[in-house]
Design a protein around this ligand. Structure first.
Ligand code: SAH
Ligand code: SF4
Ligand code: F3S
Length: 459
């Protein structure tokens, strides 16, 4: 008897590590008969892959589950069943509570237990609801099926490190993702080789503290991120490498030097500084000063002068005064970020920051955020405008918005649109940048340019 295929819909929230986990869940469920669909109402199994980083995360999940319930009822009236799973960091944080509050949910599964998902789905098919939020001893990466690289992709994420031992006082990640863990080098190399064979040309290594990576190396010793990147650079079809997110304290000399030495490592670095006041940085438990952050940036720029820097900033951490906030603005001004993500401080239950004195009123946070975002936007536009007139290698990833147009990324992660042939998708070609729009660059192909690799037609 041939079993008919079923449909799976995954809605992903939060960081890129969740995006990676969603892909892995889809792959893990394929052997159980599930194909991915973009349409929730078509899905026999709906997974919400949730994020807990900021306020009202759990409430948002419950209201999303309200929509899922309506969908389930509509399908039921057509005689179709729907299974519902909540995965990710809210699943980890709320656990049993979700099952108790939302009868629509069949499965609650934490980020470290994803390899158990296929079993949990099989159980749910017999009507058994389950909650799996342990930090299991076995490793989800090795227990999950090998990454197929089936979806045609030019750029792919690869999680190499998970969890965090740093305990910044505002952050839930050490609680939701658990202790720091690095995947072994051989597993990562095998995964990247499979991706390369499937046409991937750029990998972004992911980790909450990616530059604290210290996985078992091919020689049995612990390898640093720099060493791992050097090894991955040996894979011929991988043309570009990136990594995110880095902590300032873990930027070692070797990694800094790599920005100057390794041409496959792109000149883009996401390096959160969170705040410009040393008093606030200390209260956040970041364990570096603003001055140390800026000197670190100087050293990385000495290795790679054209580096595009990106960052995360929090405004309104408890006790933040106008002067402290001014320090934050000043750091941003001096560094000149190409990109920045800024947030209002959000008190997360269970974190030390939530019980600090001097919580900043919402209005003040809002005002500070608006001021900061205007300044950051200006510095982002300045960075983009500085690329106008330059000839830049672009890795093309797909079709553009208009017919005849293709779209790709500059080394600095800017979106670039040009008129060009589709066969260039998956390849790098030089583009003369003509203009910088609000969110992307436009340019023309350098007609005389011939990339040193042959154009591959069968990717
Ligand atoms: N591991 C990364 C950050 C992960 S969370 C690092 O150490 O930099 C991504 C960003 O969300 C953080 O950099 C921080 O700016 C923001 N963030 C985390 N918790 C927050 C909170 N409670 N309130 C506001 N922003 C927060
Ligand atoms: Fe959160 Fe800090 Fe760890 Fe980053 S380093 S994940 S901000 S605790
Ligand atoms: Fe959110 Fe969890 Fe990532 S809380 S930011 S999904 S690690």
């Amino acid at each position: 008897m041939t079993q008919s295929r079923k449909k799976l819909h995954i809605k992903t929230f939060g960081c890129q590590m969740n995006a990676y986990d969603s892909e892995r869940m889809a792959e893990a469920l394929a052997p159980a008969g599930y194909d991915v669909t973009e349409a929730m109402d078509d899905a026999d199994l709906v997974i919400l892959n949730t994020c807990h980083i900021r306020e009202k995360a759990a409430e948002k999940v419950y209201s999303e589950l309200g929509r899922v319930r309506l969908n389930k009822e509509a399908r039921k009236s057509q005689g179709r069943g729907t299974m519902v799973a909540v995965a990710g960091c809210v699943a980890q944080a709320e656990g049993e509570e979700i099952i108790a509050r939302a009868p629509v949910v069949d499965i609650v599964v934490g980020p470290q237990s994803l390899h158990r998902l296929a079993d949990l789905v099989a159980k749910a098919e017999t009507g058994e609801r389950s909650v799996e939020t342990e930090f299991p001893a076995d490793d989800k990466f090795t227990a999950l099926p090998s990454r197929a690289g089936g979806k045609r992709q030019v750029s792919a994420f690869v999680t190499v490190q998970e969890g965090c031992d740093k305990f910044c006082t505002f952050c839930v990640v050490p609680y939701t993702r658990g202790a720091e863990y690095s995947r072994p080098v051989t597993d990562i190399v095998a995964e990247v080789e499979r991706l390369a064979a499937a046409g991937v040309r750029e990998v972004t290594l992911l980790g909450q503290n990616v530059n604290a990576y210290h996985g078992d190396g091919e020689d049995g010793s612990a390898w640093s991120l720099a060493r791992l990147l050097r090894r991955l650079a040996e894979i011929p079809d991988i043309a570009r490498m990136r990594f995110t997110t880095s902590h300032p304290r873990d930027m070692d000399e070797d990694l800094i030097a790599l920005f100057g030495d390794e041409e496959k490592l792109m000149p883009y670095l996401h390096l959160p500084y969170q705040a410009g006041s040393d008093r606030i940085l200390a209260a956040m438990n970041r364990k570096h000063t603003a001055e140390e952050y800026e000197r670190l940036v100087d050293r990385i720029r000495a290795a790679r002068p054209d580096l595009a820097l990106s960052t995360d900033i929090i405004v309104g951490f408890p006790g933040e005064t106008d002067e402290d906030f001014q320090d934050t603005l000043d750091v941003a001004k001096r560094v000149g970020f190409a990109q920045a993500f800024s947030f209002k401080y959000s008190a997360r239950p269970g974190t030390p920051g939530a019980s600090l004195e001097g919580q900043v009123p919402e209005m003040v946070k809002k005002e500070r955020l608006a001021i900061l975002q205007a300044q950051i936007e200006e510095s982002r536009r300045t960075f983009d405008r500085a690329t106008v007139g330059r000839r830049i290698p672009v890795l093309f990833e797909g079709n553009g918005r208009k017919p005849g147009q293709i779209a790709g990324r500059s080394p600095y992660l800017q979106a670039v649109y040009v008129d060009g042939p589709e066969r260039l998708i998956g390849h790098i070609a030089e583009v003369d940048i003509l203009a910088a729009g609000p969110n992307s660059l436009t340019g023309v192909m350098n007609a005389g340019f011939e990339w040193r690799e042959p154009i591959r037609t069968a990717v």
